[in-house]
Design a protein around this ligand. Structure first.
Ligand SMILES: [Zn+2]
Length: 145
């Protein structure tokens, strides 16, 4: 789902979260400014643009290859791996359209289960613990409950 900047800003103000970090512009590890670079810098071939903190080896992709809209905050290897696993658990629920759910409904279900506001319910913003929770929640899909 696309991130709504206005909603996110307001949620950050309420919760004391750092908008620049959640947007991938600032590194949560060293608090330095990230760089908007081509992903070939990391992968050797290009999959589009990304935000990167080189000293921390932390990065995050963008919504569309050339967009400036990050998928969330930059992450180091372990967290990137957990986010991948959370997506692997959740994406079938969001995209397989069982129960005739669309993505909006799938995300709405997820955020109620997670108990977090809409603006912050993006796997690209999640910590390792939140990713683990996503995986746990998705094991109990509504059609299996
Ligand atoms: Zn850093």
């Amino acid at each position: 789902m696309e991130i709504d900047d206005a909603e996110l800003k307001s949620a950050c103000e309420h919760l004391g979260a750092d908008f620049e970090i959640l947007r991938g512009k600032k590194c949560p590890y060293c608090k330095g400014e990230t760089k908007y670079v081509d992903s070939s810098l990391v992968y050797g071939r290009s999959y589009g643009m990304m935000y990167l903190c080189e000293p921390c080896d932390a990065y995050v992709g963008v919504h569309h290859k050339t967009s400036k809209e990050s998928l969330g905050s930059v992450a180091k290897g372990e967290l990137r791996n957990w986010r991948k696993q959370a997506h692997a658990a959740f994406d079938p629920i969001a995209y397989e359209r069982r129960k005739n759910w669309n993505r909006r409904e799938a995300y709405s279900w997820l955020r109620k289960k997670m108990g977090i506001p809409k603006a912050l319910c993006h796997i690209g913003m999640f910590s390792v613990n939140r990713c683990k929770k996503v995986i746990e929640i998705c094991k109990k899909t509504p059609w299996n409950e």
